[in-house]
Design a protein around this ligand. Structure first.
Ligand SMILES: [Zn+2]
Length: 349
């Protein structure tokens, strides 16, 4: 089934009879070892869970955008290397969409790796997590504003300005769903930050101790308690370490299991409403100082509003002809199928 764009009410169309051969042409993105490279079906099913919430909340526009997300995709496929690259897709770019969140995460990861590779020769990196106490859903929106203000104050502090040459900041909001917890159904908005410092930072007077970070964050947030702050050196020795560190830092705002609550639809809808309102028109990911400069120099586009199709630059080889796979979502089968494969010759003519 799918939403019919031309009708005011969301009429559901049964499209399972459109293509008789769907079951023979199910699309699965697996590598040479049979391991799923990208669980497109899983992501789309989660996206439809979110669609359900927007529909029940009466937000028809978002329900339609969300439902339509990723229903059409085109891949370049190299059968020799079994590599695949996404070329075209109709992503919705809604901030809570599980499909789009995954793409954004990939994009941020890729951009960060590129920028850090560029900076690594001259600088060292720190990983800073800034937190405060949990808040209720009603308080969330204002608390995020407070956090942003707190960050602005922190970045203007003398010790910060002396030591920090650049930063990357990402807002993450976790949702407590532990039924037995006294914090059940509260939200925890916090910042994950990567700081760029001179290599001499650890030996110089500009070094900021853990306790100082906590104190500064307390003052900037105007808290009556000492908040939890975590600061550690970013491991960049070797590609593997760097990859691990970058993926730890690039959390994008919300995880789908903090929003999608299969056994409690009412709570899910409430969560979707709260989070949608709380993060609307906000900058969730930001770059500053040398991070911003390199981002600009490398001509990287905006991580939030930019293209979600090309999330990396690992291109397929130029010297081989690749196939073009047209992949579509079928609502009746709840799965992706290959609608058409264009051979390299057809592609060129
Ligand atoms: Zn989407």
């Amino acid at each position: 089934m799918q939403f019919n764009k031309n009708q005011d009410n969301f009429a559901l169309i049964d499209d399972s009879n459109i293509c008789k051969n769907i079951s023979d042409n199910i699309f699965v993105d697996i590598d040479d070892n049979g391991v799923i490279r990208n669980d497109w079906q899983g992501d789309k099913l989660k996206n439809l869970e979110l669609t359900g919430s927007y529909e029940r909340l009466g937000d028809k526009k978002k329900a339609y955008q969300c439902c339509d997300c990723g229903t059409y995709m085109e891949f370049s496929y190299d059968p020799i290397t079994n590599k695949r690259k996404l070329r075209v897709a109709n992503f919705c770019k809604l901030r809570l969409c599980p499909m789009c969140i995954k793409r954004r995460q990939k994009k941020i990861y890729h951009q960060m790796s590129k920028i850090m590779n560029e900076l690594e020769k001259d600088y060292a990196f720190l990983f800073l997590t800034l937190t405060q106490k949990n808040v209720t859903g009603d308080e969330l929106k204002d608390e995020i504003s407070r956090l942003t203000k707190g960050w602005d104050r922190l970045a203007k502090r003398r010790p910060f300005k002396n030591a920090v040459k650049g930063w990357f900041r990402a807002l993450e909001i976790t949702h407590n769903l532990e039924k037995k917890s006294s914090n059940y159904d509260t939200y925890h908005p916090h910042f994950h930050v990567v700081l760029v410092v001179n290599k001499s930072y650890f030996k110089k007077k500009d070094y900021i101790k853990h306790e100082e970070w906590r104190q500064m964050w307390q003052e900037c947030m105007e808290l009556d308690y000492l908040p939890q702050v975590n600061i550690k050196r970013f491991k960049t020795s070797g590609e593997k370490e760097l990859k691990k560190s970058v993926s730890e830092a690039v959390k994008y705002t919300v995880k789908d299991n903090d929003v999608l609550i299969p056994d409690n639809q009412e709570l899910q809808d409430k969560t979707v409403a709260i989070l949608t309102k709380a993060i609307a028109r906000r900058r969730l990911v930001a770059f500053g100082g040398v991070f911003k400069e390199v981002h600009k120099k490398l001509n990287l586009d905006d991580v939030e509003d930019g293209d979600l199709v090309n999330t990396d630059s690992d291109d397929l080889r130029e010297d081989v002809g690749y196939y073009r796979e047209i992949v579509m979502w079928n609502f009746g089968y709840s799965n992706y199928y290959i609608n058409e494969i264009k051979l390299p010759e057809e592609e060129q003519s």
